[in-house]
Design a protein around this ligand. Structure first.
Ligand code: NAP
Length: 269
């Protein structure tokens, strides 16, 4: 039996705990605490997990302690709990954006096993993409356990930490661009006579369905193959696709990824 403790019971912790319990995890294996006790109590009420009154109690109870607070408060949280971490030596799991394994390690007792996770906003609906990387103290069993936890709110991959910047662009930031794409489709629909709610619904479902199809066909057909499938010769779709490319569609996306990677490296420096 593996016990997970959560420090912070906000959006991300709630999404992960709810996803884990909904996919069969035993609520009695989860302990949560939050600076605002009502948040921990609400999560406990909703899922059957145990809310406790302090971060130290989480650390004492859990094999894996998930740090689910904002990155700016994390160093203070770790400092305040240093004695508890030193006494109980749990594996520490961080979902904080931008905090590297080296930085996390420097904030924890020497020799602490640390697993860094980068989920994305789609954890809110159980459809996250998460990247997972462990430090030199984390065992493959630690990494597998965290992948299992994150799989309960979507899909999770193990990648070297050096690839986190590229991952951040492709999964952390890209939802913002996809929402912008949905909004652009919606506006275009309104331009052509659809009501805004109807256009928004049609656009979002078209994007969601396309993503589902790409996932279902992964390994058999590339996104490019699927695009070709929709482009019948002399048809409407190829006319639209070429117009989008003439307006810089692919270069715009590559530029967005480039800028994100560069900014991520600047912030991590
Ligand atoms: N949201 C995303 O899409 C996303 C994606 C990837 C990674 N992340 C990462 O996930 C982490 C959590 O983000 P979130 O969106 O879940 O934030 P959130 O909703 O603000 O949750 C953080 C929770 O931690 C609580 N907290 C603050 N200080 C604490 C302390 N000293 N001890 C215990 N609990 C404390 C907060 O309570 P109060 O509200 O009372 O301060 C809040 O309930 C962040 O590090 C973020 O970088 C988020």
């Amino acid at each position: 039996m593996t016990t997970f403790g959560f420090i912070g019971a906000g959006n991300m912790a709630s999404a992960i705990v709810k996803g884990a319990v909904a996919t069969g995890a035993n609520p009695s294996d989860f302990v949560v605490a939050d600076a605002y006790q009502a948040s921990a109590d609400a999560l406990a009420e909703a899922t059957g997990v145990t809310a406790v009154g302090s971060n130290d109690e989480v650390i004492a109870a859990a094999d894996y302690v998930v740090l689910a607070v904002k990155p700016q408060v994390l160093p203070g949280v770790l400092e305040a709990a240093a004695d508890a971490f030193a006494e109980h030596r749990p594996t520490v799991v961080s979902i904080a954006a931008g905090l590297t394994l080296a930085r996390l390690g420097s904030l924890l007792p020497q020799g602490t096993a640390v697993v860094r996770v980068m989920p994305n906003v789609n954890a809110m609906v159980g459809a996250a993409m998460s990247a997972v990387a462990g430090n030199e103290r984390a065992t493959s069993a630690d990494v597998d356990t965290v992948v299992g936890l994150m799989d309960s709110v979507g899909d999770a991959v193990v990648i070297p930490e050096k690839d986190f910047s590229a991952y951040t662009a492709l999964a952390g930031s890209s939802p913002s661009w996809v929402f912008t794409f949905i909004e652009a489709l919606t506006k275009a629909g309104v331009k052509h006579g659809l009501t805004r709610p109807l256009a928004a619904r049609i656009a979002a479902q078209a994007v969601a369905g396309s993503a589902q199809l790409a996932i279902a066909r992964a390994g058999e057909q590339s996104a490019s193959d699927l695009s070709d499938m929709v482009c019948s010769p002399g048809g409407t779709t190829i006319a639209g696709l070429l117009a989008a490319e003439a307006a810089g569609f692919t270069p715009a996306i590559v530029a967005a990824v480039d800028a994100t990677v560069q900014r991520d490296r600047e912030l991590g420096a």
